[in-house]
Write a protein that binds this ligand. Structure first.
Ligand code: ARG
Length: 590
């Protein structure tokens, strides 16, 4: 039988459910039940549908259960339970079939149902001439996982690094740095070697101070901004120098982190410079633009200031200049109509929630979010702050922003100590490689495993612990399975079972393995990577139980040994695939 459990449920229930919803696929959510006396899976379709169906969830669950009970090749028992779940008890051979099918699928069941979408993911989006801070770390890490997950499901993912490269901060740096650049030129020195990002940031801080106290400096910077935006060739050349210099260091961090972003993904604010006037004109045409004190604004009904007065979205300032909102509006049009996005995802910290809510609303009011009769989904993916051990935003001891590069270097150094303790016999070179995978993996995982809306406390000891929901724990589970195959002198891919799930720990592990697609689908829907982390942690824990209770290489019965090796092979594959979706390396030994 080639069908999967999801197929079976779909074919049985779709006719029943289609009467209530347009896409029945979407309401078949299977969750493994933590308590085996309540079945292997619970189906929450009736809970989701009861309202639309205008009946009691339990009555609807009863009807679904009746339909599923006819699938005797799959279930030993099907029951509707209050308040409206359907508990499913699977036959052992049904799980075994599922595992064989799973093992044969190179995608491990990840390919999504239905039409694949074009998804734009706007993430990292660093600012030029400023060092990346921990907020950009979160955007970079979370956005990268979303890009990997959606691509693995078959969506066409377009990454967009919306660099902050065309606003006043850029003009301020330029004003300050131009005399330095000229001086370097006179001396025949290369700015790429003479000017670091740290130095640029220092200069930026100096100008910020100067602007506060000296109006003539502020005015000069403003002039630079206007000239830059009008395309002054000399300024543009310097602008390019600063941008490349700045991004060179950003790419160093991207490489260290192992994220997917490349120069091809750069489409900063400057990218939209020739589309801004058109964007404002299109807004005017849509009838939503109002002049207010010389500035062009859109007033949206449900956005009010604290005092109840209407809150404008300014798209062109009284001096003719454009702002953060205008860039984003231009970007929305470009992404919908040129990139043909079906879905646009923005990963920034929660403080930008109002900005995106407003911009999305303006785009919708202007009619830009409809294309070919479809509504393009615009989604803001907000996240909380990274805190220090003192529960305040992460700072160095001297109170400065923590530099990402330093943070990552320390993680790798501390990971080296962990590897050294766990496996001192490893060759030095391997130890160093593994320490990088573990250190970087730990930083990423500590971030991803939290519900992103929450703040979290950054703690090296906690993220590097070999016990608990950490990257090293998962990486170690992976390495341990690899060592089973090394010890048994068996290439993993030769271990083809067949699976036999006689022991409760084998059965539980088998079921857990089959849940990977559900966990990944949940991340694609809710854009919350911690769901996948929790799944992998459960899987690793389930594997530990299995490995404690079921001897593998020393099993007496060769058929049992083969089955267990097959379970080990699948667990290794799922752990590695899951970690890869999280952008974390899985070392074969540690
Ligand atoms: N550069 C901005 C910042 O650092 C983030 C940009 C986010 N993306 C966007 N399309 N607005 O705050």
């Amino acid at each position: 039988m080639r069908k999967s459990l999801a197929d079976v449920i779909h074919t049985r229930l779709a006719p029943l459910v289609a009467a209530y919803v347009a896409n029945p696929r979407e309401v078949f959510d299977l969750q493994t039940t933590p308590d085996p006396t309540k079945g292997d899976f619970a189906l929450n379709t009736a809970m989701k549908l009861a309202k639309a169906a205008r009946c009691k969830p339990l009555d609807l669950a009863g009807r679904l259960a009746e339909a599923l009970a006819q699938e005797t090749g799959w279930f030993t028992r099907v029951e509707a339970v209050p308040p409206g779940f359907v508990n499913l008890y699977l036959r052992e051979d049904a799980i075994e079939r599922g595992l064989r099918r799973f093992a044969e699928d190179p995608q491990l069941g990840l390919q999504r149902e239905g039409r694949c979408e074009t998804v734009v993911i706007d993430y990292s989006s660093v600012n030029i001439a400023k060092q990346m801070h921990v907020g950009h770390l979160r955007s970079t890490i979370i956005g990268d996982v979303l890009a990997r997950v959606l691509a693995a499901r078959g969506d066409r993912v377009i990454r967009q690094n919306h660099l902050g490269d065309w606003g006043l901060p850029m003009a301020m740096v330029l004003w300050k740095v131009r005399p330095l650049l000229r001086d370097l030129e006179r001396r025949g020195a290369d700015p790429a070697t003479e000017l670091t990002l740290a130095r640029l940031e220092e200069l930026y801080r100096e100008v910020t101070k100067a602007c506060d106290t000296q109006p003539e400096v502020a005015a000069a910077c403003h002039e630079v901004l206007v000239a830059l935006q009008q395309g002054d060739p000399g300024l543009l050349a310097d602008w390019r120098t600063i941008t490349r210099l700045s991004m060179r260091e950003v790419y160093r961090i991207y490489t260290e982190l192992g994220v997917l972003l490349t120069p091809e993904d750069e489409a900063g604010e400057s990218f939209y410079r020739d589309q801004l006037a058109d964007t404002v004109a299109a807004l005017k045409e849509s009838g939503h633009l109002v002049e207010s004190r010389g500035a062009w604004c859109v007033f949206l009904e449900h956005f009010k200031a604290k005092d109840g007065s209407p809150l404008p979205v300014i798209v062109q300032k009284s001096d003719g200049g454009y702002n953060y909102e205008t860039f984003d509006l231009a970007a929305i049009r470009y992404r919908i109509h040129r990139l043909r996005a079906d879905r646009i995802i923005y990963v920034t910290d929660a403080r930008q929630a109002l900005h995106f809510a407003q911009v999305f609303d303006v785009a919708q009011a202007a009619g830009w979010t409809k294309r070919d009769g479809q509504t393009v989904r615009l989604e803001h993916v907000p996240f909380g702050s990274v805190l220090g051990e003192d529960n305040k935003p992460l700072k160095t001891r001297s109170g400065e922003n923590v530099k990402l590069a330093d943070l990552l270097a320390e993680a790798v150094e501390r990971a080296y100590a962990v590897v050294q303790e766990k496996n001192p016999a490893l060759p030095e070179e391997t130890k160093r490689q593994v320490a990088r995978m573990v250190g970087i993996g730990a930083v990423k995982y500590a971030d991803l495993s939290q519900n992103r809306n929450n703040d979290y406390v950054f703690s090296f000891p906690r993220m590097l612990a070999l016990q608990g929901n950490t990257a090293p724990y998962l990486q170690y589970a992976h390495a341990r399975i690899c060592s089973i195959f090394r010890k048994g002198n068996r290439p993993a891919e030769e271990c083809a079972g067949p699976p036999r799930l006689g022991h409760p720990a084998e059965r539980a592990l088998g079921l857990k393995l089959l849940e990977l697609p559900t966990a990944v689908a949940a991340v694609a829907a809710d854009l919350r990577p911690h769901t996948l982390c929790n799944y992998l942690y459960d899987l690793a824990t389930q594997f530990t139980t299995f490995y404690d209770q079921c001897p593998v290489l020393t099993a007496d019965d060769p058929a049992v040994r083969e089955s267990r090796l097959f379970l080990c092979r699948l667990t290794r594959q799922v752990l590695a695939r899951g970690l890869d979706l999280l952008g974390i390396a899985a070392p074969p030994e540690m």
